[in-house]
Ligand binder design. Structure first.
Ligand SMILES: Nc1ncnc2c1ncn2[C@@H]1O[C@H](COP(=O)(O)OP(=O)(O)OP(=O)(O)O)[C@@H](O)[C@H]1O
Length: 714
């Protein structure tokens, strides 16, 4: 199929089509009225830009430095979301104050002294770290790194375990390039689990549109101007400092403007958000405006990602009349209900909160959703979201355009089929499981007998090597919290983000870290996907995550937008599989992977300090618990008083219905994993498979109502 460059599918072109559930407008017949867009004249400057050469090695920071764009323009912010209302946070305890009260004098003074005398390294790579090739600590130990064969490495590992004690007093920290000369790994392009059999390839060929060919016809556009975007959108992009599209944007925007379904993938930090926001805004510019209608739904897996996406959409739309609404958990339901009543053009939501509105917000309907985006779509396809997703997908019109994006996007047909995509175009920019080119990945082996020193290793890294803009990932919320107390007691300015905190605390943590008020952000995987904070220098994995995908998202918080960064992983025995996968792909893609050895005398000394602090940490935890209980009691008292005062009004409200309680959610998840064939999910999948055929033949109203710009020009 030959596709014209200037062919843009406009959004639901007839106002007559719109139906409202609160009876304010009659249902009407299909119409073919199409708004004709007046062609814009291109300025000389724009033309010049179009002709300029497209570089894939984008340098994002330049405009910021030239002062054309302010930091605020390109930074995402919470101010907009703040208007959506934080929850009452009257039970938040001031942990910093408790830590300060409990800080042992001699620890902090000893610490200050240590700071002064320490061999604190300004640049961890250049100053004290020597690259040398004879350090085989990690390379030969069977983590799949320098191993010639897996069998050989296992044997070597046993040998290495015998002389564990020898490297306890290893010298200065060192890097060892690992992948150079690694045999037998370079032929593989990705981890073995990704190998496809013929059947899967055939399935994919049948399922995906000839999109790659189509998009070759569409041409990768080298500038935003040559994509025929409207002036207000170009102005918004320019205000954000986006001069040239990134690869995923070049590929996606023209295809998305045609209204096609898309399955998109590109490395972390490569601009996927704008890749879907820009075509959405462009299409919305030509919507019928008489009656406001919510036409676009963007689903995201975490609240913070929703806030960030909302901020990007609002900023790019700054010169348009397009309105976005943020509907994520933790923010005021009431305020969101009020905003939804005004029928914003775009709704950015987490699935749970969105369903809550679908069920309980009067007058809110999803009947007119014409574009649905799932950011971090592979996460949304996880079991954890299965039921919510089904509910949303079943409620939204089938004739919608659907776009899915993630850095680790799956193109497995079986995974995608339940989303009832319509011959999607597959737009995969980088090799699967790639990391950013300028990301250095380091690994520190934690031998079983040194597990006890893991916290000390982390403290060592932060005290001697990484002093700021460092995010540290933990698997457990409770442990992240405990470490935050230890950081505080050892005078390391840290904040934390995880699911046990209130939304306001989570947002404040991100802001404090973003603004440099805290040097360390201690996080669980709630912050591993999508979060875009400028200038994160280092990501530390306190332990490797449970999968290679999560690893990629975590380390993708640094080295974003063409900048460099470093990821350091403390790798224990239990982390073998993930680490092996990382090394395999890194070797294949020739990205930089090194091992780091620590100064174990210092690590042991930190270990002793941490042990000495145990009682103080428990004391802080107890005080925190007590203060929280008092706050909760005070809040409940107030609540009780309010209920008595306003009982009539409260009783008159309709009862809210819940999609699933936490208990039901867990039961459903267990059922899915225990007995996948008999779940409603499997049934639904089969039903969708059946429905798939007729659907692709059905011409939708939207399909029929397309117009070329050329028509407008006539
Ligand atoms: N065309 C562009 N020019 C300059 N900067 C850009 C451009 N597109 C995006 N950026 C910037 O690049 C950064 C990363 O963008 P974004 O958060 O959309 O990445 P992503 O691919 O969604 O990452 P992740 O997979 O981690 O979610 C942001 O700071 C954004 O402002």
């Amino acid at each position: 199929m030959k596709v014209q460059d200037d062919f843009i599918l406009t959004i639901d072109d007839s106002e007559d089509d719109i139906q409202y559930d609160d009876n304010d407008v009659d249902a009407a017949e299909e119409g073919d009225k199409v708004p004709v867009k007046t062609p814009k004249k291109k300025s000389k400057k724009q033309k010049g830009k179009e002709e300029s050469e497209f570089s894939n090695d984008f340098m994002f920071e330049t405009d910021v430095n030239q002062g054309l764009v302010t930091e605020e323009d390109s930074n995402w912010d919470f101010d907009l979301s703040a208007k959506s209302g934080y929850r009452d946070d009257s039970n938040v305890v001031n942990l910093d104050a408790i830590i300060e009260r409990n800080r042992i004098k001699d620890v902090s003074s000893e610490d200050a002294e240590r700071e002064q005398n320490s061999t604190a390294k300004e640049d961890p790579e250049e100053e004290d770290i020597t690259l040398h090739s004879d350090d085989e600590d990690l390379a030969v130990d069977g983590f799949g790194t320098g191993a010639k064969t897996l069998e050989a490495s296992d044997q070597e590992e046993e040998e290495n375990n015998d002389d564990d004690d020898d490297d306890i007093t290893e010298p200065v920290p060192s890097f060892t390039p690992l992948q150079n000369g690694v045999e037998g790994l370079n032929e593989e392009s990705s981890a073995s689990s990704d190998e496809e059999d013929e059947e899967e390839v055939a399935k994919k060929n049948a399922y995906f549109s000839e999109g790659d060919k189509d998009s070759a016809d569409i041409k990768m556009q080298s500038s935003f101007q040559s994509m025929n975007l409207s002036r207000p959108i170009l102005k918004g992009l320019s205000k954000m400092g986006f001069e040239q599209p990134t690869q995923i944007q070049s590929k996606t925007i023209p295809v998305a403007l045609l209204g096609k379904d898309i399955v998109g993938a590109a490395i972390t930090g490569s601009g996927k958000t704008a890749a879907f926001i820009v075509p959405i805004l462009e299409r919305l510019l030509y919507r019928p405006k008489k009656i406001p209608t919510s036409r676009v739904l963007v689903l995201v897996p975490t609240r913070e990602l929703g806030i960030q996406c909302h901020s990007v959409a609002t900023k790019i739309a700054a010169f348009t009349d397009i309105v976005s609404c943020l509907c994520v958990g933790g923010l005021s339901l009431k305020q969101q209900e009020q905003e939804l009543r005004k029928r914003p053009d775009i709704i950015i939501a987490t699935p749970g909160r969105f369903i809550d509105h679908m069920r309980n917000s009067q007058g809110f309907t999803v009947e007119h959703i014409e574009i649905m985006v799932m950011d971090e779509a592979d996460r949304m396809l996880d079991d954890g979201f299965a039921d919510e997703l089904n509910e949303i997908i079943n409620s939204c019109p089938k004739s919608r355009q659907t776009m899915l994006f993630s850095a680790t996007m799956t193109d497995k047909v079986d995974d995608l089929i339940r989303l009832s995509l319509n011959r999607p175009v597959r737009l995969f920019v980088d090799a699967k499981k790639s990391t950013a080119k300028l990301l250095t990945q380091e690994f520190i082996r934690v031998r079983p007998q040194r597990e006890v020193l893991r916290p000390a290793m982390l403290i060592y890294l932060c005290k001697t090597l990484f002093h700021k803009r460092t995010i540290i990932f933990f698997r457990s919320k409770a442990f992240a919290h405990k470490m935050r107390i230890i950081f505080g007691l050892l005078s390391l300015s840290a904040t934390e983000i995880h699911g046990s905190l209130s939304q306001e605390q989570r947002i404040r943590a991100l802001e404090d870290f973003r603004d440099g008020k805290c040097n360390y952000l201690l996080a669980t995987d709630v912050a591993s996907r999508g979060i875009d904070i400028k200038g994160i220098e280092v990501v530390i994995n306190y332990e490797a995550p449970s999968s290679h995908e999560i690893y990629l998202h975590r380390v993708g918080r640094t080295a974003r937008a063409g900048l460099s960064g470093r990821a350091v992983t403390l790798a224990g025995e239990g982390d073998r599989k993930v680490i092996k996968d990382v090394f395999k792909t890194s070797a294949a893609q020739n990205t930089k992977v090194v091992s780091r050895n620590l100064e174990f005398d210092k690590v042991e000394s930190y270990g002793k300090q941490i042990k000495d602090l145990e009682d103080v940490v428990n004391k802080v935890l107890n005080e925190e618990k007590q203060e929280r209980e008092i706050k909760i009691a005070e809040r409940d008292l107030k609540k009780g008083e309010n209920i008595i005062k306003h009982s009539d009004e409260i009783r008159s409200r309709p009862a809210r219905t819940w999609f699933q309680s936490e208990k039901e959610k867990k039961a459903s998840k267990a059922q899915t994993s225990e007995n996948p064939d008999k779940t409603s999910l499997a049934k639904r999948k089969k039903q969708l498979e059946k429905e798939e055929m007729p659907r692709s033949y059905k011409k939708t109203k939207k399909d029929r109502m397309t117009k070329t710009r050329a028509a407008g020009k006539k």
